[in-house]
Design a protein around this ligand. Structure first.
Ligand code: FAD
Length: 409
């Protein structure tokens, strides 16, 4: 328990964190990686270079300070981060390292404004917050290890099949090398894939949503190749998976993780809204709904640039054709002539509120969103404008958490 005095001091630093939060977390990561380069095996370097991780951490620290007198308010955020930590292999011994460099970074950035009293209060508060994470993560490690077919850290899987799903997305069917069972998962969850690439000084870990329904003898991930564009380098792991990883090769996987999951107890209609490769968790949800909850009505809405980039289409069509309760809608931003001739899509351009209203009869439904941040910002804003309650809209980020409340419809 934190004292009233400590809580008061932490709260007094909220305005400072709002202004200097990202400077503090930038400094923090710099100091920590200098002293502990082994942690570069866990953290995503591209997120660091783009500042996305620093912003996400600054937002978390800010939220912790705002809610320091009621940390229960940030439990959902803690759980989401803890899932990722568990899949990355973050352990209790990492927390004192983070605490030490976070305090040093606060001192470095704030200078004399970081009095001993403030640093003491943050040291104490960090201890409480770290204990909350460690406790939640310990339960997750235990659950992931003790479940049927489960394991704790990374387990070797063989690429049994590699299937091209579109011009930029390829699926990998993965079976455990030990030939034993694999853990069940909830549709919407992801695995972390750890790669040790020849010539690279660190291992690299990325998350990939499971794109098929649970209950199969394999896990399937479907990976978009992040090509070079707008002066940004090609994505390291997605390119490596596409170009270098073949059938028969080994990938190391965490057990499934993540809290973006289909609520199977909810009996209302479901609307699955995806943009680009964001369709992977949606296809897993769709397959599960069609297999196990055929009485629940599902609208599967997918936005792609054009038909060439539209992945997993045939599988989705097959499900829609054999399930009266499933309907599909495709939105192509820039359809090709061939797409037009084949009438391969239902809407040209981007998803907007008027179109959503025209394809969704009514809105009492559970909405699941996944796609690029601007896609989710715009779709969420449309749904809110239509009157969909916030709590009925669930979403997943294919990167560090970002703010999607900002944009207008
Ligand atoms: P990285 O090397 O990590 O680069 C990412 C981006 O950063 C690239 O666009 C690159 O150009 C840019 N970049 C790199 N370095 C710099 C630099 N120095 N300056 C500026 N820009 C730079 N992806 C899928 O394809 N399918 C999925 O199902 C999927 N599910 C996911 C689920 C979750 C929960 C999460 C968090 C992510 C998911 N992802 C998924 C995304 C995936 O984890 C990877 O982020 C993605 O494959 C890109 O990784 P990469 O190594 O190829 O690119």
């Amino acid at each position: 328990m934190l004292s009233e005095q400590t809580i008061g001091i932490i709260k007094s630093t909220v305005p400072v964190l709002e202004v200097h939060g990202v400077a503090i977390t930038k400094r923090f990561y710099g100091l920590m990686f200098e002293a502990h380069p082994e942690l570069l095996n866990i953290f995503n370097h591209a997120n660091q270079k783009q500042g996305r991780q620093q912003t996400a951490l600054a937002n978390t620290v800010y939220a912790a300070a705002v809610h320091i007198d009621n940390l229960a308010a940030i439990i959902p955020a803690v759980k989401q981060i803890a899932h990722k930590h568990r899949s990355l292999g973050v352990k209790p011994e990492h927390y004192p390292i983070v605490g030490k460099f976070l305090l040093t970074a606060i001192k470095d950035v704030l200078g004399d404004a970081a009095t001993d009293e403030i640093l003491g209060a943050w040291g104490e508060a960090y201890g409480v917050i770290a204990d909350a994470f460690i406790g939640v993560e310990a339960q997750m490690y235990e659950q992931s290890h003790s479940q049927a077919g489960g394991w704790e850290d990374f387990r070797p899987f063989r690429v049994e099949r590699k299937v091209q799903e579109s011009s930029i997305i390829t699926s990998f069917y993965l079976v455990p090398e030990d030939g034993r069972d694999i853990a069940a998962f909830q549709p919407g969850q992801y695995v972390s894939v750890k790669l040790d690439i020849p010539g690279e000084s660190h291992t690299h870990i990325r998350q990939y949503s499971l794109s098929d329904a649970p209950g199969k003898p394999y896990y399937r991930i479907s990976v978009k190749r992040e090509g070079e564009r707008d002066q940004r380098p090609a994505g390291m792991i997605s390119t490596y998976l596409h170009e270098r990883v073949s059938e028969g090769d080994t990938l190391h996987l965490s057990a499934p993780a993540g809290d973006f999951v289909l609520d199977t107890a909810d009996e209302r209609p479901v609307v699955l809204l995806s943009g680009g490769v964001g369709l992977t968790p949606m296809v897993s949800m769709l397959n599960t709904l069609a297999d196990q909850y055929p009485e629940r009505s599902v609208t599967f809405i997918h936005a792609a640039q054009d038909g060439r980039m539209h992945a997993l289409r045939q599988q989705v069509e097959d499900i829609a054709q054999s399930n009266a309760k499933v309907s599909v809608q495709y939105c192509y931003e820039r359809p090709t002539d061939r797409d037009r001739e084949a009438q391969a899509y239902h809407k040209e351009g981007r998803i907007d509120l008027a179109w959503l209203q025209s394809v969704l009869a009514d809105h009492p439904a559970a909405y699941y969103l996944c796609g690029p941040v601007p896609f989710m910002q715009s779709v969420k804003a449309s749904l809110i404008k239509w009157g969909v309650p916030n709590e009925d809209i669930h979403y997943e980020f294919f990167g560090p958490k970002a703010d999607i409340e900002a944009a207008g419809a």
